[in-house]
Ligand binder design. Sequence first.
Ligand code: C2E
Ligand code: MG
Ligand code: MG
Ligand code: MG
Length: 283
Amino acid sequence: DAKQQGRNTWHWYQGDVQRITEESVLLRHDLYAALSRDQFELYYQPIVEAENGHIRGLEALIRWHHPEKGMISPGVFIPLAEQTGQIIPLGRWILHRACRDAAAMCATGERVVPVAVNISSLQFRRTGFLADVEQALTESGLPPELLELEVTESILLDGVDHAVELINQLKSKGIKVALDDFGTGFSSLSYLRDLPIHKVKLDRSFIHDIADNRNSAAIVQGIITMAHHLELVVVAEGIEEREQQQDLKRRQCDLVQGFYFAKPMPQNAIVALPGQLPAPVGL
Ligand code: C2E
Ligand code: MG
Ligand code: MG
Ligand code: MG
């Protein structure tokens, strides 16, 4: 009967929650050793000019090679690292690694484009963040103009004043800040008004159905137009198909990024790409 069914459903649900919880307890534990055991790697995904496909930037995306579980997605372990505070040493490692990789690609002339590093809001809001960024630049020798930080609106949890001040300090050193995942969460137009950012990244949920959802298409067009009036650069994330690329190009989006051009890949694969994407098949 329904009652019996309800009870079974509940039992199944409880078991599932328990399994997920145990799993994250184990992963959280493994995270502690992962940094010293050298299990992290930075992948890079090209960001290209919508107009012509020229590579204009690289986004650093972390990968965890777990010894038993294989590759674990940052969508899973970044929130765990935030819960344990591990995000602080991990975030510092990411900054240093990305700056060193970018400086190396510059030195050889293989790829002289800005590197974009995702910054957890915990990391961003912590005292000493600016010093960490400066240290990563000094140690690597990367020019500040080639570093971009991607933040989300959760940096505003301590209020807008602190964020504005920090972004201005970064800006005065030549480091650019992009607002990631724009259009999701609690995105407010006041953020675009108040934050001295350089770029907005349109969340891929809008790009996904741009061809068959008139509302998504209207929102995308509206954000692009508004961003240009605010003198911001606009990037669209998650382009998977040629039609989406053409649509965004037609709508005057500046930059695009997605599997259609290239998936995130190790640095050695990045330097082997041609300067313009999509790469011919078989490359
Ligand atoms: P994000 O910063 O918005 O990064 C974009 C995500 O979309 C990446 O997932 C990327 O692989 C994926 N993506 C790119 N193009 C496409 C596409 O065409 N289709 C689809 N379906 N997906 C696409 P990833 O690497 O799994 O990272 C997920 C999230 O984890 C990132 O979202 C970011 O919030 C966080 N993250 C990744 N690396 C780092 C990091 O080094 N530090 C911090 N703090 N967070 C990171
Ligand atoms: Mg990002
Ligand atoms: Mg994003
Ligand atoms: Mg995201």
